[in-house]
Design a protein around this ligand. Structure first.
Ligand code: ATP
Ligand code: MG
Length: 148
């Protein structure tokens, strides 16, 4: 199913990856974190408009945490629905038939990130220093090496 969603070229999407730190050690299980990132990127691809822009950015918060943000310049969700985004099976309006999915992705992502002692937040960044409105999913993760 992921493969069927992973078609950014059909919408002519510009995708950028930026990372301030060149090398980071994180306390993560890469298998589970890939599920999280695949969902955030596939959501951005699904909900951004044609000719849209998606950015994945990694930045240092301090000596113990990093922030990974997936931005898209699509419409985001209505303000009154923001608080429901991480609930199981929740899909925001307007709901379009052609947008596939079950509403599990963000609920699962939140659980997986919290199991890593991290957090995930939705933010709508209004036009400011970055000139456009962006829908953002911000993931905070702990630095360090896995003990296993
Ligand atoms: N980048 C985004 N832009 C706009 N709306 C979004 C975005 N990401 C998520 N949403 C909204 O949040 C809802 C829940 O997302 P979630 O990833 O949990 O489910 P889904 O993508 O619909 O299905 P699944 O991930 O289970 O295949 C989406 O249906 C959509 O309404
Ligand atoms: Mg999803």
């Amino acid at each position: 199913m992921i493969n069927s969603l992973w078609q950014p070229e059909k919408k002519n999407i510009q995708y950028y990856f930026k990372s301030e730190p060149k090398k980071i050690d994180l306390q993560i299980d890469t298998y589970y974190m890939e599920i999280v990132l695949t969902n955030l990127l596939s959501n951005a691809i699904k909900f951004v408009d044609n000719n849209g822009e998606i950015i994945m950015n990694i930045s240092d918060i301090d000596e113990s945490e990093i922030k990974l943000t997936v931005y898209d310049d699509g419409p985001g969700v209505p303000k009154k629905e923001e608080e429901n985004l991480f609930l199981e099976f929740y899909q925001a309006s307007p709901r379009q038939q052609k947008q596939k999915g079950t509403g599990i992705g963000l609920a699962l992502s939140k659980k997986l990130i919290e199991l890593h002692q991290g957090k995930i937040e939705y933010k709508r960044k209004e036009k400011n220093s970055i000139k456009k409105d962006y829908t953002c999913f911000e993931v905070t993760l702990k630095k360090g090496t896995n003990k296993s």
